[in-house]
Design a protein around this ligand. Structure first.
Ligand SMILES: Nc1ncnc2c1ncn2[C@@H]1O[C@H](COP(=O)(O)OP(=O)(O)O)[C@@H](O)[C@H]1O
Ligand SMILES: [Mg+2]
Length: 229
């Protein structure tokens, strides 16, 4: 097993429902993503991008196949641990199209909320949050409310939040869909920087071809399988 490997998927299958409501989403996916890579996931609407991310993030269960996260096999025809929540907490950061910041908490409290729920010391998580805000050039916003920040700034906070647990993998589902071209480019360049500097594997769903130039690989869902371009 390669030390660089962040995600490895073999013979992954996923369908929903049965009878008339049966939807076959992924028939046979096989791929590896390495640490430090920013990978774009591209496919038409309804092709299974979100479904794939949710399986990689140990949120949704595949029907069969194998998933490794780093050197840990987490799924082989069943979750191999009852603690998928622990895997999510320790290994994974999620970023979505909307920032989902809590409107009545200031920026620093938004960042420290989950660490607090996970019983991480307040002083420790505040320190980490301040480092990240500085890294993202919004240190002066720590006491501001989300409503006082621009869309791009809020999305930076959401990215900072995804990094609070030092994840090995970041799963970003259309993180730039709500942003204009300049802000989108900012966000994607930032993700690229994180991938390199923190040796994190990032899978980013995007519909914007202009963002692909910043990605290391382009992964597509085609014929219910995965192909790389
Ligand atoms: N929980 C679910 N129950 C039934 N069908 C679902 C569910 N989630 C997704 N699907 C179906 O799976 C397919 C892929 O959906 P999705 O992963 O959201 O696509 P994408 O993110 O590429 O737009 C769609 O046909 C969708 O309707
Ligand atoms: Mg989707």
């Amino acid at each position: 097993m390669s030390k660089k490997q962040a995600i490895k998927v073999e013979n992954l299958k996923k369908s929903f429902g049965s009878g008339d409501a049966f939807v076959d989403v992924i028939q046979n996916a096989n791929f590896t993503i390495n640490k430090g890579e920013l990978v774009a996931l591209v496919a038409p609407s309804g092709a299974g991008k979100t479904t794939l991310l949710m399986m990689l993030g140990c949120v949704d269960k595949p029907n069969s196949g194998t998933i490794w996260l780093g050197d840990e096999k987490v799924y082989e025809n069943a979750w191999l641990t009852k603690e998928t929540r622990k895997i999510r907490r320790e290994k994974i950061g999620f970023i979505f199209q909307a920032h989902y910041l809590i409107p009545f908490l200031n920026i620093i409290d938004n960042l420290t909320l989950l660490p607090q729920a996970n019983r991480i010391k307040d002083s420790e998580s505040k320190k980490k949050a301040r480092e990240l805000l500085k890294y993202f050039d919004i240190a002066e916003k720590e006491n501001a409310m989300p409503s006082q920040l621009s869309g791009g700034q809020n999305q930076r906070v959401a990215i900072a939040r995804a990094l609070m647990n030092n994840p090995e993998i970041i799963l970003a589902d259309e993180p730039t869909a709500a942003l204009d071209m300049n802000r989108s480019t900012d966000v994607v360049k930032m993700l690229k920087k994180i991938a390199i500097e923190q040796d994190v594997a990032i899978v980013m769903v995007t519909h914007d071809d202009r963002m692909l130039q910043y990605c290391d690989k382009i992964m597509k869902i085609e014929n219910k399988g995965i192909v790389f371009e």
